[in-house]
Write a protein that binds this ligand. Sequence first.
Ligand SMILES: NC(=O)c1ccc[n+]([C@@H]2O[C@H](COP(=O)([O-])OP(=O)(O)OC[C@H]3O[C@@H](n4cnc5c(N)ncnc54)[C@H](OP(=O)(O)O)[C@@H]3O)[C@@H](O)[C@H]2O)c1
Length: 348
Amino acid sequence: MEFAAVQVNHRITLAARPVNRPVQPSDFRHEEAPVPVPSTGEVLLRTLYLSLDPYMRGRMSEAKSYAQPVQIGEVMIGEAVAEVVTSNDPSLQPGDTVLARTGWQEYAVMPAKGLIKVDGTKAPLSHYLGVLGMPGMTGYFALLDIGKPKPGQTVLVSAAAGAVGQVVGQIAKLKGCQVIGIAGGPEKCAYVTDELGFDAAIDYRGKDTAALVAELARLAPGGIDVFFDNVGGIIHDAAMSSLALNARIIICGAVAIYDKLESQDTGARWMRQILAKRARMEGFLVFDYDHRRAEFLADMTAWLRGGLIRYREDVAEGLAKTPEAFIGLLAGKNLGKQLIHVASPSVR
Ligand SMILES: NC(=O)c1ccc[n+]([C@@H]2O[C@H](COP(=O)([O-])OP(=O)(O)OC[C@H]3O[C@@H](n4cnc5c(N)ncnc54)[C@H](OP(=O)(O)O)[C@@H]3O)[C@@H](O)[C@H]2O)c1
């Protein structure tokens, strides 16, 4: 097994912090560096697919969070499917493919311990970053463990056509629920109803809270039993005014306010709604479920094989496209899980 000799590692570092403003291309720097050399117990990895996720916006900020920020000058963080180029550890061989937090770069050296092997013959490698990876696991555990959907209940999910939202709505359908998706634009709305089988979709663009409340009242006159919140903002407000008795609210993400991380998170308060509806609101973090990955994979693999879950990816070509694709993700330009195809496997 041979690999071409490589000297240059193209990588993208954080150049500036966007404080209370949208991300812009100049927040990143494209650099060339020598390819690092692994020591004992380490492997040299080549990034094949890089995952782009909204949480990366949080790592660009110094606002207090559950994780440390990326420092100025550091390579932007990110999870990838990568190929082992050189291994100084018996657990991995050149040509193996693994899940690794290589970040926004072509090559990375990492300890072999902790890397998760993935098999490109069982599923497309890209799926391990989406429907079979972190976003899929998020939708699965947050919906089932916190949402506890019951047949006949109404589930509302925002960012419905995205990496997490697609999974949430389809699992809710498998559980016998009525599913309403909220998404930006007619193409995404048609995707979730016509291709994924959601019962209805609301295009939130250009609408205020009152208009969204009116649409929810029409589509779900009995109220929302499970609200899967991926975005926060006015969609959150509209859903909170539309709850059914004993509703469950899953706080998964708040992408609508990620450009205001340095400001106080103030706005409407929903205590009276929560009280009157005896609702439960709970935050979710996917890392808390790492120990249950096998449970998720068993179900999701079976659903995918049975054609019960469909999944769309939005793949941009080449590492250089990463900042543009990331800015697009935060603006809703992606339809499906946003990925970067950095390189193809050397060995099959
Ligand atoms: N808690 C956890 O463990 C965890 C794990 C994974 C993801 N998440 C969160 O889950 C959410 C979805 O993540 P994802 O990976 O599935 O991303 P995604 O939905 O594939 O992409 C983000 C989407 O957010 C929507 N969006 C952006 N700005 C918006 C705004 N102002 N108002 C409403 N929608 C807006 C856009 O869709 P539209 O065009 O439809 O607006 C965009 O496509 C994010 O908030 C993310 O941080 C949390």
